[in-house]
Design a protein around this ligand. Sequence first.
Ligand SMILES: [Zn+2]
Length: 149
Amino acid sequence: MPVYDYACSCGVRFETMVRSWSSPAPGCPSCGEITSRRPPAPAMHGRAAPPPAMSTAPRSWEGLHNGDRDAITGWRRRMDARQEFEARHPEHREHRDAIAAHEGSFERRPLTYKELATRASTSKDAATAAAEASRDRRTPNTATADAGD
Ligand SMILES: [Zn+2]
């Protein structure tokens, strides 16, 4: 039975054995959501493996050997390599900054959920940002207060 790579929108990635290519994607072991199969690794043109995913970078001082400069520099370099890799292979890009709005005044610079959360926690509330996003829509039918997409 083949082994495939799966990813969940919560950031979890795992490998599992399935009956065949057409088998349904398994649920996420962490949150139970439906996962999606990752595309097979692209040809690396002389490289052994793609650079590690952003989500594999340590998020603790322990993981970074208590802030060891070489460890930090090493990860920084790996993340730069990963960014380059993802730019060349967009299908391997990780789900990071989900886009909350990309219309109206946000057409050129999409508003991410991260940013939206920041706005929500500062002076303006999130509804203001959402309203800005839906204001300049071209189709009058969708120009309602509760943007449905
Ligand atoms: Zn999940």
